[in-house]
Design a protein around this ligand. Structure first.
Ligand code: GLA
Length: 731
């Protein structure tokens, strides 16, 4: 059992393979945080908590003159507002008198093997062998509020899944004005950096690292989706941590809506980290007997730098978050018609693309935007999920049958959450879209947002989508979401409850995804939000594949995929080979390099295959063969960032290694060729030191040599040329 409670000392200790997390219930019933870091056994770590009279700190009524007792300076496990803790709170509760306060004290605990699902929300899962769960109830005597903190310990992966459920066990209505998921207070000062992943449309997931200073540093989203701008995944680390050394802690919110992640260094140099649903414009009415479930946060720890941290967290997500057959199976190699045709297609053009696709070994055709209503550009028809017979005279069923006759599977694009102002749906149900009466809607990409919290909207979408999935025998859908939310007001809620709209929206999205997956367990859903705008752990629960960016430029993708690799498994990263000059950047890179980059993720093509030369067709055929042979290594192996892709100027390199360390692949892209260049070398990782590896040219090296002396490569020439070297361990 990875969880221990020492009754005598009132200490809870969670042990994973390499980490320890400890809390204590103090004599006043505060649940205090002692430690989270590298593994320590048989030790009460509460000595780290040193209560002192900090001068004018607030003392609770039961302090009885003890000025060292203050929620403001003690490391809290779940912070609340209104009773003397002036740092960032997790919980603001307003009672019927209008007062905001919750004084949480220890009530009871439960420990059990396994883990329960979270009501209506995505969450990590595991059986009794994989995970143990600790539940601790904290109570506010005055209001009757009970907070259940849950800690599910996946010891093998160094992951603890934390969440909080808030119950109203009192007699009056309570209003939650914030309900975050987790708080982590470090009792002793430490010098910490934070790594965040900022970005923009077509430039997602840029890593930024900065030292934490006094005050609050926050990333967040109020866009209704987790957004490309900031991601709900951050890392805290020792200021000296590197890829291969130092303590680091990952925090990944299993949620796809508005969020905050915030680190605060206070007046006594201690750190508080909080994460959860963004409190801005959030409120939730909690009637007596009701409860509110805050989303889960995945905490992962490594004392060997970011490389080990990513591999643990990403391995964990593939085992205990991603679901369905594509967790372990290869996703079909697809061609998507978006960059091939945009809106300009008919059945003949698509079938020509399909025939070429089949010829080179592609397995599925994905029909992107433009197949429905009157949609010939992006200004109309979202919501009208009825086929356009001018483009597809035999409907989707007829077109799908033709694809299957060619030996291809059929995938289809939807943007379910949206409605165009010019559409039949808007005409029939103007109230189904989020809007504020008397105020004209703000549009974005000429579209409005449906109120996904409405059951009528969910019913309509389920009926339309499931009908089409069945009729056209779809193997895949691309679920897009192409705008941020404004005018967030629902007709289903009274004015004083409009703070619930944002969260109810995302619960509605999750409910529809879940319903579709229940109805079609074999369906592959690729999540997309103008590219990687909703790439988060929440979506991974429904989508084993996420379109990483609308930027398909292979060289830009090196950076995007590098950023993603810190917190998201490579297998989940939708990645396509596109045409040159690239449509987003105008850059030209060799076809091999475009394929090598795309093979890091869920591989596919997004180009007009009918325009290929015979030589290119041959190359593509070979690429597909190679990927079919290597996919397990790329997608399920350990991934090592060998260079800092974000700042590389000369070349970018990475490596994958099979789980049993018997095969490794080094891949390298030359960013800027140099004349009379220094020797190009990289140090490999994750090999067996004493084993002998042979590369594809027959040269032999020990694992130790490749990892310590490194691999030295012959000079490379040419813009964006690339190389891939495979190493096989000899028996
Ligand atoms: C978004 C997606 C693209 C494509 C278009 C279609 O931008 O990210 O891949 O599907 O929508 O309109």
């Amino acid at each position: 059992m990875s969880i221990n409670y020492c009754e005598k000392e009132r200490v809870f200790t969670l042990q994973t393979q390499n980490a320890t997390y400890q809390m204590i219930v103090d004599s006043h019933g505060y649940l205090l945080h002692c430690y989270y870091g590298a593994k320590i056994e048989r030790q009460n770590l509460s000595y780290c908590i040193q209560p002192q009279d900090r001068g004018f700190a607030a003392n609770p009524p039961d302090a009885a003159g003890d000025r060292t007792l203050s929620p403001d300076t003690l490391p809290q496990e779940y912070s609340t507002f209104g009773v003397g803790d002036f740092r960032e709170s997790c919980l603001d509760v307003r009672d019927k008198n209008g007062g905001v306060a919750a004084d949480l004290r220890y009530g009871s605990y439960r420990i059990y093997p396994g883990k329960k699902p979270l009501n209506g929300l995505p969450a990590a899962y595991g059986n009794e062998k994989d995970v143990d769960t600790l539940e601790i109830d904290l109570r506010d005597e005055v209001s009757g509020l009970v907070v259940t903190l849950r800690y599910s310990v996946f010891a093998q992966w160094d992951v603890i899944a934390r969440s909080a459920e808030i119950f109203n066990r009192g007699t009056g209505v309570l209003i939650l004005e914030r309900a975050l998921s987790c708080c982590l207070d470090e009792p002793v000062p430490a010098s910490r950096d934070i790594l965040t992943f900022y970005g923009r449309h077509m430039g997602e997931r840029n890593l930024e690292r900065m030292p934490l200073r006094h005050g609050k540093f926050r990333v967040d989203s109020m866009r209704g989706a987790s957004s490309p701008h900031y991601n709900p995944f951050v890392i805290l680390c020792d200021s000296a941590a590197t890829e291969t050394a130092g303590n680091c802690w990952a925090f990944s919110l299993v949620y796809s809506g508005n969020f905050i992640a915030q680190a605060e260094v206070d007046q006594i140099d201690t750190l508080r980290f909080v994460m959860g649903i963004a409190p801005q414009n959030f409120s939730w009415e909690l009637k007596p007997g009701a409860s509110f479930q805050a989303p889960e946060v995945l905490l992962c720890f490594s004392d060997y730098g970011f490389d080990a941290l990513s591999n643990r967290l990403n391995g964990f997500q593939m085992q205990h978050l991603v679901r369905g057959k594509y967790r372990t199976e290869r996703c079909p190699i697809l061609v998507n018609n978006w960059e091939a045709t945009y809106f300009d297609f008919d059945e003949e053009r698509l079938l020509a693309l399909a025939r070429e696709a089949k010829e080179v070994g592609i397995e599925m055709l994905v029909l992107d935007d433009g197949w429905f209503g009157e949609r010939n550009d992006d200004t109309t028809s979202l919501g009208d999920w009825f086929v356009n017979r001018q483009k597809l005279p035999d409907g989707l069923a007829g077109f799908g049958a033709k694809l299957r006759a060619l030996g291809l599977q059929f995938g289809l694009w939807f943007e379910p959450e949206m409605v165009s102002p010019i559409s039949c749906l808007m005409e029939q149900h103007p109230d189904w879209c989020l809007h504020i009466p008397g105020r004209e809607n703000v549009t974005s990409r000429s579209q409005c947002v449906l109120d996904m919290g409405l059951s009528a909207v969910q019913e309509y979408l389920f009926e339309r989508m499931s009908g089409l999935i069945r009729e056209a025998k779809l193997a895949y859908i691309k679920w897009d979401m192409n705008r941020s939310i404004t005018n967030a007001r629902s007709m289903a809620l009274p004015p004083h409850r409009q703070g619930e709209v944002w969260h109810r929206y995302i619960l509605g999205v999750y409910a529809l995804l879940e319903r579709l997956l229940n109805a079609f367990p074999q369906l592959l859903i690729e999540s997309c939000a103008s590219g990687g705008g909703r790439y988060d752990a929440g979506m991974l629960y429904y989508s084993p594949q996420v379109w990483a960016s609308d930027n398909t430029d292979a060289v830009d993708r090196l950076k995007i995929q590098y950023g993603n690799s810190f917190g998201f498994p490579m297998k989940t990263m939708g990645s396509h080979v596109s045409v040159c000059p690239n449509h987003q950047t105008g850059r030209t890179a060799p076809l091999e390099t475009r394929a090598l980059t795309a093979m890091c993720g869920s591989f596919g093509y997004e180009m007009d295959l009918t325009q290929l030369s015979d030589v290119e067709k041959k190359q593509i055929k070979a690429q597909i063969e190679l990927f079919k042979h290597q996919w397990q290594l790329h997608q399920l192996g350990e991934y090592h960032r060998l260079t800092d892709a974000q700042n590389d100027r000369w070349f970018t390199a990475w490596q994958v290694v099979s789980e049993d360390k018997s095969v490794a692949l080094v891949q390298l892209v030359l960013l800027a060729p140099r004349a009379n260049a220094p020797v190009l070398s990289v140090r490999l990782r994750g090999l067996q030191e004493d084993a002998v590896y042979e590369d594809d040219g027959g040269t032999r090296y020990t694992g130790a040599a490749l990892m310590k002396a490194g691999l030295a490569l012959p000079p490379m020439r040419g813009d964006y040329s690339s190389i891939q070297i495979e190493f096989q361990r000899l028996l």
